[in-house]
Design a protein around this ligand. Sequence first.
Ligand code: ADP
Ligand code: MG
Ligand code: MG
Length: 209
Amino acid sequence: MTLDANWAARWLIAAGDVFETERGALSELDRQIGDGDHGENLSRGFGAVRGQLRVGTLPGTPAEVLREAALTLISTVGGASGPLYGTALLRASEVIADKDALDAADVAALLRAGAAGIAQRGSAEPGDKTMLDSWLPAADAAAVAAERGEDAPAVLAAAVRAADAGAVATDDLIALRGRAAYLGERSRGHRDPGAASSALLIAAAADSL
Ligand code: ADP
Ligand code: MG
Ligand code: MG
């Protein structure tokens, strides 16, 4: 149950697995309001991350694992989601630097930093119908749970529920960032692919405990 480097590695390997499994579904979401490649992008990017972790180059802290993954995502994913996820994981790694294991407050801080990274990199605001609309509620729920004194698994569980709800809530939003923004009003009624994949990524973190 320790959130150490091995947990971080299990998280990213699980993400590689889930994005491979959900590749078709995520690309289908992206076909509705984008260019249909979101599943491919994430499957390729997190597949590369998973491959690196499997060849036994696992460094010592969770921060180092997340940082390596971030650089891989930035260099292997061509679409918007690569730099966005890369920035999220890079910022997350910075706020947990040098820690061997993460506590509840660290988990909340990691999610907060990831959300802030996406907002900054994408110039996105809450409600723009992007991956931020999954990350931000997750970070908020994690902060509340951590302040209530809940342990790291409970904080992650709260984040997962909020990320899921946030992704579902993008259905009713009009896209203001990314390719979907070109559709304007016609983007309403569809789930944002990045919000959906972010909920899967956060769920993978909880499932890897
Ligand atoms: P691309 O749009 O380049 O094909 P992807 O399909 O992999 O890239 O990713 C699309 C997702 O990226 C969107 O569903 C959205 O969640 C996210 N996204 C796109 N642009 C932005 C942005 N400016 N800020 C935040 N998230 C964004
Ligand atoms: Mg796309
Ligand atoms: Mg694309």
